[in-house]
Design a protein around this ligand. Structure first.
Ligand SMILES: CC(=O)N[C@H]1[C@@H](OP(=O)(O)OP(=O)(O)OC[C@H]2O[C@@H](n3ccc(=O)[nH]c3=O)[C@H](O)[C@@H]2O)O[C@H](CO)[C@@H](O)[C@@H]1O
Ligand SMILES: C=C(OP(=O)(O)O)C(=O)O
Length: 422
Protein backbone atom coordinates (compact mmCIF):
# COMPACT_ATOMS: atom_id res chain seq x y z
CA UNK A 1 0.00 0.00 0.00
CA UNK A 2 1.43 3.39 -0.98
CA UNK A 3 1.51 6.20 1.53
CA UNK A 4 1.06 9.92 1.16
CA UNK A 5 1.97 12.72 3.52
CA UNK A 6 -0.80 14.87 4.93
CA UNK A 7 0.39 18.27 6.16
CA UNK A 8 -1.83 20.68 8.06
CA UNK A 9 -0.98 24.37 8.07
CA UNK A 10 1.45 25.02 10.93
CA UNK A 11 1.76 28.70 11.84
CA UNK A 12 4.99 28.34 13.82
CA UNK A 13 7.62 25.69 14.43
CA UNK A 14 9.78 25.57 17.56
CA UNK A 15 12.28 23.37 19.36
CA UNK A 16 15.29 21.42 18.21
CA UNK A 17 16.16 18.25 16.29
CA UNK A 18 19.24 16.15 15.56
CA UNK A 19 20.49 15.99 12.00
CA UNK A 20 21.29 12.51 10.66
CA UNK A 21 24.40 11.26 8.88
CA UNK A 22 24.79 12.32 5.25
CA UNK A 23 23.28 10.04 2.63
CA UNK A 24 25.72 11.30 0.00
CA UNK A 25 28.69 10.56 2.27
CA UNK A 26 27.41 7.18 3.48
CA UNK A 27 26.86 5.83 -0.06
CA UNK A 28 30.42 6.24 -1.42
CA UNK A 29 31.93 5.25 1.94
CA UNK A 30 29.92 2.02 2.01
CA UNK A 31 30.97 1.43 -1.62
CA UNK A 32 34.61 1.94 -0.61
CA UNK A 33 34.42 -0.98 1.84
CA UNK A 34 34.76 -3.22 -1.23
CA UNK A 35 38.44 -2.26 -0.92
CA UNK A 36 38.71 -3.47 2.70
CA UNK A 37 40.48 -6.55 4.02
CA UNK A 38 38.86 -6.27 7.47
CA UNK A 39 35.44 -5.83 9.08
CA UNK A 40 34.49 -2.16 8.69
CA UNK A 41 32.53 -0.29 11.38
CA UNK A 42 30.67 2.88 10.44
CA UNK A 43 28.53 4.99 12.78
CA UNK A 44 25.99 7.78 12.19
CA UNK A 45 24.84 5.94 9.05
CA UNK A 46 21.39 7.26 8.08
CA UNK A 47 18.64 4.65 7.91
CA UNK A 48 17.25 5.91 4.62
CA UNK A 49 16.02 3.96 1.61
CA UNK A 50 19.14 4.64 -0.51
CA UNK A 51 21.47 3.19 2.13
CA UNK A 52 19.22 0.12 2.45
CA UNK A 53 19.21 -0.25 -1.34
CA UNK A 54 23.01 -0.17 -1.50
CA UNK A 55 23.19 -2.75 1.28
CA UNK A 56 20.77 -4.96 -0.64
CA UNK A 57 23.14 -4.71 -3.60
CA UNK A 58 26.04 -5.65 -1.30
CA UNK A 59 24.13 -8.77 -0.18
CA UNK A 60 23.63 -9.76 -3.80
CA UNK A 61 27.36 -9.33 -4.40
CA UNK A 62 28.09 -11.67 -1.46
CA UNK A 63 29.06 -9.18 1.26
CA UNK A 64 27.77 -9.54 4.83
CA UNK A 65 26.59 -6.78 7.12
CA UNK A 66 24.72 -5.89 10.30
CA UNK A 67 22.91 -2.55 10.40
CA UNK A 68 21.25 -1.40 13.63
CA UNK A 69 20.80 1.93 15.42
CA UNK A 70 22.71 3.77 12.68
CA UNK A 71 25.75 1.54 13.13
CA UNK A 72 26.94 -0.61 10.28
CA UNK A 73 29.38 -3.50 10.43
CA UNK A 74 30.28 -4.72 6.97
CA UNK A 75 32.55 -7.42 5.62
CA UNK A 76 33.19 -7.66 1.90
CA UNK A 77 35.61 -10.63 1.96
CA UNK A 78 32.91 -12.95 0.63
CA UNK A 79 32.09 -10.97 -2.54
CA UNK A 80 31.77 -13.62 -5.24
CA UNK A 81 29.63 -11.78 -7.77
CA UNK A 82 30.61 -8.53 -9.48
CA UNK A 83 27.35 -7.63 -11.23
CA UNK A 84 25.22 -4.70 -10.08
CA UNK A 85 21.87 -5.64 -11.52
CA UNK A 86 19.37 -3.37 -13.27
CA UNK A 87 16.68 -4.09 -10.64
CA UNK A 88 18.81 -2.27 -8.03
CA UNK A 89 20.45 0.41 -10.20
CA UNK A 90 17.10 1.54 -11.61
CA UNK A 91 15.95 2.45 -8.09
CA UNK A 92 19.17 4.26 -7.17
CA UNK A 93 21.61 5.88 -9.58
CA UNK A 94 24.28 6.08 -6.87
CA UNK A 95 24.76 2.30 -7.38
CA UNK A 96 27.29 3.45 -10.02
CA UNK A 97 29.59 3.99 -7.02
CA UNK A 98 30.45 0.27 -6.95
CA UNK A 99 31.98 0.46 -10.44
CA UNK A 100 35.38 1.89 -9.45
CA UNK A 101 36.00 -0.29 -6.37
CA UNK A 102 34.72 -3.54 -7.93
CA UNK A 103 36.89 -3.05 -11.00
CA UNK A 104 40.02 -2.16 -9.05
CA UNK A 105 39.63 -5.11 -6.67
CA UNK A 106 38.45 -7.83 -9.08
CA UNK A 107 39.67 -6.62 -12.50
CA UNK A 108 36.18 -7.18 -13.87
CA UNK A 109 32.63 -6.07 -13.15
CA UNK A 110 29.27 -5.35 -14.72
CA UNK A 111 27.12 -2.45 -13.59
CA UNK A 112 23.75 -1.68 -15.11
CA UNK A 113 23.98 1.63 -16.95
CA UNK A 114 21.96 4.15 -14.92
CA UNK A 115 19.43 5.88 -17.12
CA UNK A 116 18.34 9.47 -16.88
CA UNK A 117 16.18 10.43 -13.92
CA UNK A 118 13.61 13.04 -12.99
CA UNK A 119 16.23 15.79 -12.71
CA UNK A 120 18.20 15.24 -15.91
CA UNK A 121 19.98 12.90 -18.35
CA UNK A 122 22.87 12.39 -15.93
CA UNK A 123 25.32 10.45 -18.13
CA UNK A 124 28.29 8.61 -16.61
CA UNK A 125 30.60 9.17 -19.60
CA UNK A 126 33.19 10.97 -17.46
CA UNK A 127 33.44 8.03 -15.03
CA UNK A 128 33.98 5.66 -17.96
CA UNK A 129 36.54 7.81 -19.80
CA UNK A 130 38.57 8.15 -16.63
CA UNK A 131 38.58 4.39 -16.03
CA UNK A 132 39.63 3.85 -19.66
CA UNK A 133 42.51 6.28 -19.11
CA UNK A 134 43.54 4.04 -16.19
CA UNK A 135 43.66 1.02 -18.51
CA UNK A 136 40.15 -0.41 -18.26
CA UNK A 137 38.38 -1.81 -21.27
CA UNK A 138 34.76 -0.70 -21.21
CA UNK A 139 31.98 -2.20 -23.29
CA UNK A 140 28.29 -1.37 -23.12
CA UNK A 141 26.39 -4.64 -23.57
CA UNK A 142 22.70 -5.29 -22.97
CA UNK A 143 22.31 -2.12 -20.92
CA UNK A 144 25.30 -2.98 -18.74
CA UNK A 145 28.72 -1.36 -18.38
CA UNK A 146 31.14 -4.25 -18.66
CA UNK A 147 34.54 -3.16 -17.39
CA UNK A 148 37.67 -5.30 -17.39
CA UNK A 149 41.39 -4.79 -16.88
CA UNK A 150 44.06 -4.10 -14.32
CA UNK A 151 44.15 -0.44 -13.41
CA UNK A 152 47.24 1.75 -13.44
CA UNK A 153 47.64 5.33 -12.29
CA UNK A 154 46.98 8.04 -14.87
CA UNK A 155 46.36 11.76 -15.25
CA UNK A 156 42.60 12.31 -15.35
CA UNK A 157 41.19 15.66 -16.38
CA UNK A 158 37.46 15.86 -15.78
CA UNK A 159 35.75 18.04 -18.41
CA UNK A 160 33.08 18.83 -15.80
CA UNK A 161 33.24 18.63 -12.04
CA UNK A 162 31.49 15.42 -11.04
CA UNK A 163 30.90 14.31 -7.46
CA UNK A 164 30.31 10.57 -7.89
CA UNK A 165 32.77 10.59 -10.82
CA UNK A 166 35.53 11.91 -8.55
CA UNK A 167 34.54 9.39 -5.85
CA UNK A 168 34.58 6.47 -8.29
CA UNK A 169 38.04 7.38 -9.58
CA UNK A 170 39.48 7.97 -6.10
CA UNK A 171 38.27 4.47 -5.12
CA UNK A 172 39.56 2.91 -8.34
CA UNK A 173 42.91 4.67 -7.89
CA UNK A 174 43.27 3.48 -4.29
CA UNK A 175 44.07 -0.08 -5.44
CA UNK A 176 45.58 0.78 -8.83
CA UNK A 177 49.29 0.48 -9.60
CA UNK A 178 50.99 3.86 -9.34
CA UNK A 179 49.89 7.45 -9.04
CA UNK A 180 46.57 8.88 -10.25
CA UNK A 181 46.20 12.64 -10.60
CA UNK A 182 42.58 13.86 -10.75
CA UNK A 183 42.36 17.36 -12.16
CA UNK A 184 39.13 19.37 -11.84
CA UNK A 185 38.08 17.12 -8.95
CA UNK A 186 34.96 17.77 -6.87
CA UNK A 187 35.52 19.38 -3.44
CA UNK A 188 32.22 18.53 -1.72
CA UNK A 189 32.53 17.61 2.00
CA UNK A 190 31.34 14.10 1.08
CA UNK A 191 34.26 13.69 -1.36
CA UNK A 192 36.63 14.96 1.33
CA UNK A 193 35.35 12.45 3.87
CA UNK A 194 35.74 9.55 1.44
CA UNK A 195 39.37 10.61 0.77
CA UNK A 196 40.09 10.99 4.49
CA UNK A 197 38.69 7.54 5.26
CA UNK A 198 40.78 5.95 2.51
CA UNK A 199 43.79 7.82 3.85
CA UNK A 200 43.06 6.51 7.37
CA UNK A 201 42.89 3.04 5.77
CA UNK A 202 46.45 3.40 4.47
CA UNK A 203 46.19 5.11 1.06
CA UNK A 204 48.44 8.12 0.52
CA UNK A 205 46.29 10.93 -0.90
CA UNK A 206 47.45 14.48 -1.58
CA UNK A 207 45.32 17.53 -2.27
CA UNK A 208 42.22 16.40 -0.34
CA UNK A 209 39.61 19.17 -0.56
CA UNK A 210 41.29 20.84 -3.54
CA UNK A 211 40.51 20.51 -7.24
CA UNK A 212 43.61 18.39 -7.80
CA UNK A 213 43.73 15.09 -5.92
CA UNK A 214 46.68 12.72 -6.17
CA UNK A 215 46.14 9.11 -5.09
CA UNK A 216 49.07 6.73 -4.63
CA UNK A 217 47.60 3.30 -5.36
CA UNK A 218 48.39 0.16 -3.33
CA UNK A 219 48.80 -2.07 -6.41
CA UNK A 220 46.07 -4.47 -5.41
CA UNK A 221 46.74 -4.67 -1.67
CA UNK A 222 43.46 -4.43 0.24
CA UNK A 223 43.02 -1.69 2.85
CA UNK A 224 42.74 -1.76 6.61
CA UNK A 225 39.78 0.46 7.53
CA UNK A 226 39.42 2.22 10.88
CA UNK A 227 36.05 2.78 12.59
CA UNK A 228 34.56 5.94 11.06
CA UNK A 229 31.62 8.29 11.76
CA UNK A 230 29.63 9.62 8.79
CA UNK A 231 29.49 13.44 8.62
CA UNK A 232 26.13 15.17 9.22
CA UNK A 233 23.83 15.65 6.25
CA UNK A 234 24.21 19.28 5.15
CA UNK A 235 21.22 19.01 2.79
CA UNK A 236 18.93 17.58 5.46
CA UNK A 237 20.12 20.40 7.76
CA UNK A 238 19.48 23.01 5.05
CA UNK A 239 16.00 21.59 4.49
CA UNK A 240 15.02 21.92 8.18
CA UNK A 241 16.48 25.44 8.31
CA UNK A 242 14.26 26.15 5.31
CA UNK A 243 11.30 24.84 7.35
CA UNK A 244 12.20 27.36 10.06
CA UNK A 245 12.51 30.09 7.42
CA UNK A 246 9.26 29.45 5.53
CA UNK A 247 7.27 29.40 8.79
CA UNK A 248 9.35 32.35 10.08
CA UNK A 249 10.14 30.48 13.30
CA UNK A 250 13.02 29.90 15.65
CA UNK A 251 14.41 26.34 15.54
CA UNK A 252 17.73 24.72 16.43
CA UNK A 253 19.57 21.92 14.64
CA UNK A 254 22.06 19.72 16.50
CA UNK A 255 24.81 17.53 15.01
CA UNK A 256 25.63 19.82 12.08
CA UNK A 257 28.87 21.20 10.67
CA UNK A 258 28.06 24.87 9.93
CA UNK A 259 31.12 25.23 7.65
CA UNK A 260 29.53 22.72 5.23
CA UNK A 261 26.50 25.01 4.92
CA UNK A 262 28.25 28.34 4.44
CA UNK A 263 26.76 29.29 1.05
CA UNK A 264 23.31 28.25 2.27
CA UNK A 265 23.61 30.23 5.51
CA UNK A 266 24.68 33.32 3.55
CA UNK A 267 21.47 33.09 1.48
CA UNK A 268 19.31 32.74 4.62
CA UNK A 269 20.88 35.84 6.12
CA UNK A 270 20.54 37.80 2.85
CA UNK A 271 16.84 36.91 2.98
CA UNK A 272 16.59 38.53 6.43
CA UNK A 273 16.94 35.54 8.77
CA UNK A 274 19.28 35.82 11.72
CA UNK A 275 21.39 32.75 12.43
CA UNK A 276 23.57 31.67 15.30
CA UNK A 277 26.06 28.87 14.86
CA UNK A 278 28.32 27.09 17.34
CA UNK A 279 30.71 24.29 16.47
CA UNK A 280 27.91 21.75 15.87
CA UNK A 281 24.57 23.59 16.24
CA UNK A 282 22.70 26.16 14.17
CA UNK A 283 19.69 28.24 15.28
CA UNK A 284 17.62 30.18 12.78
CA UNK A 285 15.52 33.15 13.98
CA UNK A 286 12.50 34.78 12.30
CA UNK A 287 13.00 37.61 9.78
CA UNK A 288 11.23 40.97 10.23
CA UNK A 289 10.58 40.86 6.51
CA UNK A 290 11.50 38.00 4.14
CA UNK A 291 13.61 39.53 1.37
CA UNK A 292 13.80 38.19 -2.20
CA UNK A 293 16.93 36.36 -3.32
CA UNK A 294 19.12 35.62 -6.34
CA UNK A 295 20.58 32.13 -6.44
CA UNK A 296 22.72 30.29 -8.96
CA UNK A 297 23.47 26.66 -8.20
CA UNK A 298 27.04 25.50 -8.56
CA UNK A 299 29.61 23.07 -7.22
CA UNK A 300 30.83 23.24 -3.60
CA UNK A 301 31.62 25.67 -2.01
CA UNK A 302 28.92 27.38 -4.10
CA UNK A 303 25.18 27.08 -3.55
CA UNK A 304 24.11 23.40 -3.82
CA UNK A 305 21.61 22.27 -6.42
CA UNK A 306 20.23 19.93 -3.73
CA UNK A 307 18.93 23.05 -1.85
CA UNK A 308 17.46 24.84 -4.88
CA UNK A 309 13.89 23.55 -4.59
CA UNK A 310 13.68 24.34 -0.86
CA UNK A 311 14.78 27.96 -1.42
CA UNK A 312 12.23 28.28 -4.18
CA UNK A 313 9.52 27.37 -1.66
CA UNK A 314 10.79 30.09 0.74
CA UNK A 315 11.02 32.62 -2.11
CA UNK A 316 7.24 32.32 -2.63
CA UNK A 317 6.94 34.16 0.71
CA UNK A 318 9.58 36.86 0.04
CA UNK A 319 8.50 40.44 -0.54
CA UNK A 320 9.52 40.92 -4.17
CA UNK A 321 10.95 39.02 -7.13
CA UNK A 322 13.50 36.24 -6.62
CA UNK A 323 15.57 34.72 -9.43
CA UNK A 324 16.87 31.16 -9.17
CA UNK A 325 19.16 29.72 -11.82
CA UNK A 326 19.76 25.93 -11.95
CA UNK A 327 23.13 25.34 -13.58
CA UNK A 328 23.86 21.67 -12.83
CA UNK A 329 20.80 19.72 -13.94
CA UNK A 330 18.68 20.54 -16.99
CA UNK A 331 15.38 19.32 -15.59
CA UNK A 332 15.43 20.23 -11.92
CA UNK A 333 12.32 22.44 -11.83
CA UNK A 334 9.70 19.70 -11.51
CA UNK A 335 8.51 21.26 -8.23
CA UNK A 336 7.52 24.48 -10.02
CA UNK A 337 4.15 23.35 -11.45
CA UNK A 338 3.32 21.75 -8.11
CA UNK A 339 4.22 24.90 -6.13
CA UNK A 340 2.08 26.85 -8.60
CA UNK A 341 -0.81 24.46 -7.88
CA UNK A 342 -0.54 25.60 -4.26
CA UNK A 343 -0.80 29.25 -5.38
CA UNK A 344 2.82 30.27 -6.08
CA UNK A 345 3.60 32.56 -8.99
CA UNK A 346 6.71 31.05 -10.60
CA UNK A 347 7.71 31.30 -14.25
CA UNK A 348 10.48 29.29 -15.86
CA UNK A 349 12.56 30.37 -18.80
CA UNK A 350 15.27 27.91 -19.74
CA UNK A 351 17.53 27.49 -16.68
CA UNK A 352 15.99 30.34 -14.71
CA UNK A 353 12.94 30.53 -12.46
CA UNK A 354 11.40 33.87 -11.54
CA UNK A 355 9.39 33.81 -8.35
CA UNK A 356 7.01 36.66 -7.60
CA UNK A 357 6.36 36.84 -3.88
CA UNK A 358 4.69 36.95 -1.53
CA UNK A 359 1.82 34.73 -2.57
CA UNK A 360 -0.58 33.11 -0.10
CA UNK A 361 -0.56 29.32 -0.57
CA UNK A 362 -3.63 27.11 -0.29
CA UNK A 363 -3.42 23.36 0.43
CA UNK A 364 -3.95 20.91 -2.43
CA UNK A 365 -2.96 17.44 -3.60
CA UNK A 366 0.52 17.56 -5.12
CA UNK A 367 2.90 15.03 -6.59
CA UNK A 368 6.49 14.45 -5.49
CA UNK A 369 8.79 13.89 -8.46
CA UNK A 370 12.26 13.62 -6.93
CA UNK A 371 13.87 13.82 -3.55
CA UNK A 372 14.41 17.56 -3.11
CA UNK A 373 11.35 18.60 -5.14
CA UNK A 374 9.35 16.58 -2.62
CA UNK A 375 10.90 18.39 0.32
CA UNK A 376 9.99 21.76 -1.24
CA UNK A 377 6.36 20.60 -1.37
CA UNK A 378 6.44 19.60 2.30
CA UNK A 379 7.83 23.06 3.17
CA UNK A 380 5.10 24.77 1.15
CA UNK A 381 2.52 22.51 2.82
CA UNK A 382 3.54 23.86 6.23
CA UNK A 383 2.28 27.34 5.33
CA UNK A 384 -0.48 26.48 2.86
CA UNK A 385 -3.96 27.23 4.18
CA UNK A 386 -5.83 24.06 5.13
CA UNK A 387 -4.27 20.72 4.22
CA UNK A 388 -1.75 19.57 1.63
CA UNK A 389 -1.33 15.96 0.56
CA UNK A 390 2.04 15.08 -0.96
CA UNK A 391 1.79 11.91 -3.04
CA UNK A 392 4.61 9.57 -4.19
CA UNK A 393 6.55 10.33 -1.05
CA UNK A 394 8.82 7.30 -1.43
CA UNK A 395 11.17 9.84 -3.03
CA UNK A 396 11.45 11.61 0.33
CA UNK A 397 12.42 8.47 2.21
CA UNK A 398 15.41 8.00 -0.10
CA UNK A 399 17.15 10.79 1.79
CA UNK A 400 15.32 11.97 4.93
CA UNK A 401 15.60 9.79 8.02
CA UNK A 402 12.69 9.89 10.50
CA UNK A 403 11.08 12.68 8.49
CA UNK A 404 7.66 12.68 10.14
CA UNK A 405 9.15 12.26 13.63
CA UNK A 406 11.49 15.22 13.11
CA UNK A 407 8.78 17.50 11.72
CA UNK A 408 6.47 16.51 14.59
CA UNK A 409 9.23 17.25 17.11
CA UNK A 410 9.29 20.79 15.69
CA UNK A 411 5.53 21.08 16.16
CA UNK A 412 4.41 20.47 12.56
CA UNK A 413 1.21 18.56 11.93
CA UNK A 414 2.31 15.90 9.45
CA UNK A 415 0.88 12.40 9.12
CA UNK A 416 1.64 9.48 6.83
CA UNK A 417 -1.60 8.08 5.44
CA UNK A 418 -2.51 5.18 3.19
CA UNK A 419 -3.38 6.12 -0.38
CA UNK A 420 -7.05 5.35 -0.95
CA UNK A 421 -7.54 2.75 -3.68
CA UNK A 422 -8.50 4.29 -7.04
C1 LIG B 1 24.81 10.39 -4.54
C2 LIG B 1 25.29 11.79 -4.72
O1 LIG B 1 26.30 12.20 -4.17
N1 LIG B 1 24.52 12.58 -5.47
C3 LIG B 1 24.88 13.98 -5.65
C4 LIG B 1 25.88 14.06 -6.78
O2 LIG B 1 25.28 13.49 -7.94
P1 LIG B 1 26.20 13.12 -9.19
O3 LIG B 1 27.54 12.72 -8.73
O4 LIG B 1 25.40 12.19 -10.03
O5 LIG B 1 26.32 14.52 -9.92
P2 LIG B 1 27.57 15.04 -10.76
O6 LIG B 1 28.41 15.91 -9.89
O7 LIG B 1 28.23 13.88 -11.40
O8 LIG B 1 26.85 15.91 -11.88
C5 LIG B 1 27.24 17.22 -12.22
C6 LIG B 1 26.94 17.47 -13.67
O9 LIG B 1 27.85 16.72 -14.48
C7 LIG B 1 27.15 15.95 -15.44
N2 LIG B 1 27.92 14.70 -15.67
C8 LIG B 1 28.32 13.93 -14.61
C9 LIG B 1 29.02 12.77 -14.80
C10 LIG B 1 29.33 12.37 -16.11
O10 LIG B 1 29.95 11.34 -16.36
N3 LIG B 1 28.92 13.16 -17.15
C11 LIG B 1 28.23 14.32 -16.97
O11 LIG B 1 27.88 15.01 -17.93
C12 LIG B 1 25.79 15.70 -14.80
O12 LIG B 1 24.80 15.34 -15.76
C13 LIG B 1 25.53 17.03 -14.13
O13 LIG B 1 25.05 17.95 -15.08
O14 LIG B 1 26.22 15.43 -7.01
C14 LIG B 1 25.10 16.24 -7.42
C15 LIG B 1 25.64 17.63 -7.69
O15 LIG B 1 26.10 18.21 -6.54
C16 LIG B 1 24.02 16.23 -6.34
O16 LIG B 1 22.89 16.90 -6.84
C17 LIG B 1 23.64 14.81 -5.98
O17 LIG B 1 22.83 14.82 -4.82
C1 LIG C 1 19.97 14.20 -6.45
C2 LIG C 1 20.16 13.59 -5.29
O1 LIG C 1 20.54 12.29 -5.14
P1 LIG C 1 20.98 11.26 -6.31
O2 LIG C 1 22.25 11.78 -6.89
O3 LIG C 1 21.20 9.99 -5.56
O4 LIG C 1 19.85 11.21 -7.31
C3 LIG C 1 20.00 14.32 -4.00
O5 LIG C 1 20.47 13.80 -2.98
O6 LIG C 1 19.38 15.41 -4.00
Amino acid sequence: MYKYLNIKQTPKLSGSIEISGAKNAALPIIASTILAKNDVFLTNVPEVADVKTLLKLFSLLGAEYQFENNSLKINTAGINNTTAVYEIVKTMRASILVLGPLLSRFGECKVSLPGGCAIGARPVDLHLKALEAMGAEIKIEGGYIHATGKLSGADIIFDKITVTGTENIVMAAALAKGKTRIINAAKEPEVIQLCEILQNAGVEIEGIGTNEIIVHGSDGELLNFKEERIIPDRIEAGTYLAAGAITNSQITLKNVIPAHLESVLVKFSQMGFKLEATENEITIFPAQKILPTNISTTEFPGFPTDMQAQFMAIATQAEGVSIIEERLFENRFMHVPELNRLGANIKIQSKTATIQGPTPLVGADVMATDLRASSALVLAGLIAKGETNVHRIYHLFRGYEKLTEKFKALGAQVELKDEPLP
